[in-house]
Design a protein around this ligand. Structure first.
Ligand code: MF3
Ligand code: CO
Ligand code: CO
Length: 256
């Protein structure tokens, strides 16, 4: 399949879906406290999407995944499965990743939450990873290259002594959840395909404190760092405009 170019009407629908996805991450924030289980957070998000937003949680039933959110704590890189026995504790760092479908169009976003009081090394990982996403978004405009995105992320991560996970990447998104192109979070400037107005894709860097290597657990989903050190991730869904980029999943707390 070729990379789809969205019309202004389609981008308007992506805007609606993106805003709903962002609102889920805002809505859940006050519930992210020590003592809550990741399954309770999942249920709250599910109910909000279905009953309040009248939308569809895209992860439910996606390739056999059964939950609304991915909840990835500490050494979990991505695709953590919400679980009634996984209770958040003071000092955990948590990623919640959610995708909402509205009127057939997808909005996919994730953010990191600091649970209670976190250690400075974890706060630093979370902050630098968010900067990686923001620096990548800054390079997006028609005529730039996908390699410019990867390079911006890799450069910032590695200059802060972190590593970039290579097995998972961002993706085109629209009326299909994961479509072309793949957005690698590492790379070289001027390489890869050129960005065009009307493209919609995610950028979702996963950054590790230790080595870049990962492993998938027996449950078939949970991806952890091989060395057991912590990992962070932030994700936005973007639309390429004539002059640059629009962040479709922007939250109120963000200036962008
Ligand atoms: N939201 C993830 C992404 O950013 C995909 C999660 S798939 C699931 O692409 F099945 F694990 F939910
Ligand atoms: Co995604
Ligand atoms: Co996601």
């Amino acid at each position: 399949m070729k990379i789809s170019i969205k019309t202004e009407k389609e981008i308007e629908k992506m805007r609606v879906a993106g805003k709903l996805a962002a609102e889920v991450l805002e809505m859940i924030e006050p519930f992210v406290v020590p003592g809550v289980s990741t399954e309770e957070l999942d249920t709250i998000c599910y109910e909000h999407i279905v009953n309040v937003q009248k939308a569809i949680p895209a992860n439910v039933g996606y390739r056999g995944f059964e939950k609304t959110i991915c909840s990835s704590i500490n050494q979990v890189i991505c695709h953590g499965i919400p679980d009634k026995n996984r209770i958040l504790k003071n000092g955990d760092i948590l990623n919640i990743d959610v995708t909402v479908i509205k009127d057939g169009w997808h909005g996919d976003t994730s953010k990191m939450y600091l649970v209670g009081k976190c250690q400075p090394h974890n706060e630093r990982l979370v902050k630098i990873t968010q900067e990686c996403l923001y620096k990548a978004i800054e390079v997006v405009k028609p005529g730039a290259y996908l390699g410019d995105i990867g390079h911006a992320i890799q450069q910032h991560a590695e200059s802060n002594y972190y590593s970039v996970v290579e097995e998972y990447c961002g993706h085109g998104i629209g009326n299909v959840y994961h479509e072309e192109p793949q957005i690698l979070h590492y790379g070289r400037p001027g390489r890869g395909i050129q960005i065009q107005e009307g493209m919609c894709f995610t950028i979702e860097p996963m950054i590790n404190q230790g080595s870049k290597y990962c492993k998938t657990l027996q449950d078939g989903w949970t991806v952890e760092t091989k060395d057991g050190r912590n990992s962070a991730q932030w994700e936005h869904t973007l639309a390429v405009t004539s002059s640059g980029v629009e962040v479709l999943t922007k939250r109120q707390e963000e200036s962008l």
